[in-house]
Design a protein around this ligand. Structure first.
Ligand SMILES: Cc1cc2nc3c(=O)[nH]c(=O)nc-3n(C[C@H](O)[C@H](O)[C@H](O)COP(=O)(O)O)c2cc1C
Length: 225
């Protein structure tokens, strides 16, 4: 029985080595410390990914190895999404919702949900959402909800940090105490947010646990994966 779990983390901030990336790394470290778990990451700021054009090419013309009409960095990302047991999405809170980078990325998943050849490829995967906001009460929960809604829409089994976090995912705050106070010496304020980091670690552990449970169940039922 193959019980190796692969967890793919995705950072949706345009800022390289910023708070959203650091927050994701905290969760990936925790997941990678669990036995039998391998982790990898995609930093959307380092990728060229175009918007879904709703051309419906994937619905009618998609074939094995050709996912989408648009040839860009998603071409090498699609197989990684298919291979992963768990998808952990970390977005900055922008106007109380996910970032444009993350929205564009998730729209392109349509090719793995409704595509002619890869229809249903995301079904039964485990998903989790994390966000970093500047302020405690200026939108992290709705930002998580915007990610979680898309995950549910695309057939992913959503896991949350449970008692260690907000009900929709992990929240980190990048200003001091979430008050909006800026400390110029501290570019990665989220690393001072102990409660936030705890929620990131809890989310990672719960995603691994759910991935194992689902994988064992599928194998016991003789289903692929
Ligand atoms: C366009 C834009 C919109 C933002 N909207 C919010 C917001 O609604 N609430 C909030 O708390 N912070 C907001 N922020 C601040 C970021 O969420 C915050 O600085 C976060 O730490 C950015 O993470 P990064 O370091 O990975 O870029 C916004 C920032 C930008 C650029």
């Amino acid at each position: 029985m193959n019980m190796e779990i692969t967890l793919l983390g995705v950072c949706g901030s345009p800022v390289k080595e910023g708070n959203t990336e650091a927050f994701l790394h905290e969760a990936l470290r925790e997941a990678g410390a669990q036995p039998g778990v391998s982790t990898s990451e995609i930093l959307l700021a380092r990728k060229k990914i175009g918007d879904c054009r709703h051309c419906n090419w994937c619905l009618v013309k998609q074939e094995k190895g050709r996912f989408c009409a648009i040839e860009d960095d998603m071409t090498e990302i699609y197989p990684r999404l298919i291979e992963a047991d768990a998808l952990l999405l970390s977005t900055p809170t922008y106007a109380g919702r996910l970032s444009g980078y993350m929205a564009t990325f998730m729209d392109r998943w349509r090719a793995l949900v409704l595509g002619k050849h890869y229809r249903g490829a995301l079904e039964g995967k485990v998903g989790g959402a994390m966000t970093v906001a500047w302020l405690r009460n200026a939108g992290p929960e709705t930002a998580l909800l915007s990610v979680v809604t898309a995950l549910l829409m695309w057939g992913v089994v959503v896991v949350t940090p449970g008692e260690s976090g907000c009900q929709f995912g992990a929240v980190g705050l990048s200003s001091s105490g979430g008050t909006g106070r800026f400390d110029p010496k501290d570019r990665l304020g989220v690393l001072q947010d102990e409660a936030g980091l705890k929620s990131a670690r809890a989310l990672a552990r719960r995603m691994v646990r759910m991935s194992r449970t689902l994988k064992a169940g599928r194998q016991a039922l003789g289903q692929s994966g």
